[in-house]
Design a binder for this molecule. Sequence first.
Ligand code: BGC
Length: 733
Amino acid sequence: MNSIKDARFIRQGVDMGTIRPVFKKVVWLDKKVNKATLFCSALGYYEAYFNNQRVGKFIFAPGWTSYGVRIQYQEYDVTNMLEECNTLDIALGNGRRYHGNPHEHYESITDREDALIAALLVEYADGTTAFYPTDDSWKCSKSNILESHVYNGETVDFNANTDEEFPVRVLEDISTELLIPQEGEEVREMATLSAVELITTPKGEKVIDFGQNLTGYVEWVVPAVKGKEYRLRHAEILDKDGNFYTDNLRSAVNEIKVISDGNEHTYKPHFSYQGFRYIRLENFDDDEINLDNFKALVVFSDMKRTGYFACGDDLIQQLYENIVWGQRGNFLDIPTDCNQRDERLGWTGDAQAFARTASINYRTTKFFKKWMKDLAADQRPNGAVTDVVPDLHDWWSDGSSAWADAAVIVPYWVYRTYGDTEIIENQFESMKKWILYMESKGSVRGLYDTHECHFGDWLSLDAGDEATGGFTDKNLIGSAYLVYSNRLFIEMGKAIGKDMSYFEELYEISLKEYRNKYINSGLPEHETQTANVLAIYFDLTDDINREGAKLVKDIEECGHLKTGFVGTPYLLHTLTKIGRTDIAYKLLFKKDFPSWLFPVTRGATTMWERWDGMKVDGSFATPEMNSFNHYAYGSVGDWLYTTVAGIDSDEKEPGYKHIIFRPLPTKALGYAKARILAENGEIISSWEYTGNGDECKFSFTIPNGSHATLYLDDEEYEFESGTYNTVFDYAGI
Ligand code: BGC
């Protein structure tokens, strides 16, 4: 049977400037049909219409992969859409990285031609088939999309002449062997938010507030005034005077322009998305503004929601909601650092920091399996992992520790959360290459301390405002991650029956070398909060109490956290590990700068990139790097699940086959409850102070097929599946 690989990539045969083309085919059917299937892919984005109806719900299809190695195609059953005469119209957008990226760093990959590939397969009732692949028999026309760009927005003219047909050009040089079936989750419109309020800013701007920082676009009714151009700009935040603020978007214009043809149209962008909470209406008369005419459509990868957390403190609850919104905003086919400025890239460091929390909130198996295959596809021959995946080829470095360790850490949390060993099989060679690369870059075997570029403890607070890389020694971080990633690799390798003895030996050596060089050296850059966190959390130290005391002293002396992207995910876990959950709670409850709750007190509805995104005086950090939707610090979410509510999965029986309940209640929170929809079913842990002294009600639910151990007040209890309620006097933390 024919497949999409028998079709050819095509593009418009005439120069259309920036106007987006629509490719067309008319297919007459004169026999009874059993089934009709449309296959489609593109270098760029496509949007397919069959008999004027949108095919499928996938936004930004065919998805973003390492295009030079693998390009997904989609398969749609269109049997129910058939008529006698069928028209197929497929619009082609610029897409990610195939065309039109404004960021100066990425120019060299913006000049590739975009192209479409598709095929309609008709299976007749009489057993015969007909196949209509893209070839030179297809036609194309201009769409009404005059310009479209992921970062810059879209311009649509409803007056445009879209009738004239032009020939297409077949691109024989693009191999269809790159095509692979859809692997990831489809990006879809997942929610609709109404406009909350129309604001007139001090500058006189008309601004709509949707009440939530989000990723997606606005669907709106374009007023019917022929020839008039209406414009929307997008922003995440208002400045301290209440004016619309876009400086932090850098070169991303995020502007939608629509020219009316005198008829009322409901419009939403086709090939562009924005990160925003506010829109500014430009060129609207006051009587043309009706809040009901504007809806925000929230767009992200259609993953199953699996984690829920609730507690008795409104600010911490809002922090949790912000963490989940951070994931919604940045799990868009690939895990992106941010959703608004001219970046929105698959930064590996951010993804590994957030992978554990993300995998509890939502089922990430398909999402991460696809992305990890791209990581492996782009991995350098020497084993170094690129900073962003899919790679952009002209980025300036690779192999940065913590970032590149996504190669191991992301599969680990998928494995640990779902007990899924397929991702280990898929990634085994890639993980191994990464560990061996680190091993090859040591001043002695076991250290990763001669690689030139590390991002370091990114955006930590211990190196002053300008020093984004933090104060912690970057070679210390590199060597610490060699030990840690190798340990996870060994655990995963054993889970699929591999001989890991070489790596076990490397582990022993690297631990010894680490202790020699970095523990007790007395150098200040070896004694930061992050250095001590890594020493304890990664089991690098032979004296957890000593490093623990240093960590506690540092926090108590300055009164706050200083950690960046490297230390933050492990900070509260580390304090719990040394028996100082009281300090962890103090950091969690802290409302003034710097803390997790500071942004919440300033009205944040997503996680900020920086602790000081907004300063205490209400001014902003440098617009050069100041996203208000960046999930890395949302990695505190896994501590809420595992320690506040107290649900974890035992590494020896991953996927919550053996559940570890270890809640650490505090009266300050009143109650906490987490619900996780694991492979075996629903897991619940909750506790609530009754108001009667130390009396605390606990409840635990264990699904069939799992068993649990509860650790409470130095006691250990074993449970089989079922629900268990108990009341216990527990003074709390
Ligand atoms: C991104 C980060 C990323 C970093 C690399 C930034 O521009 O937004 O989140 O990890 O670069 O250090």
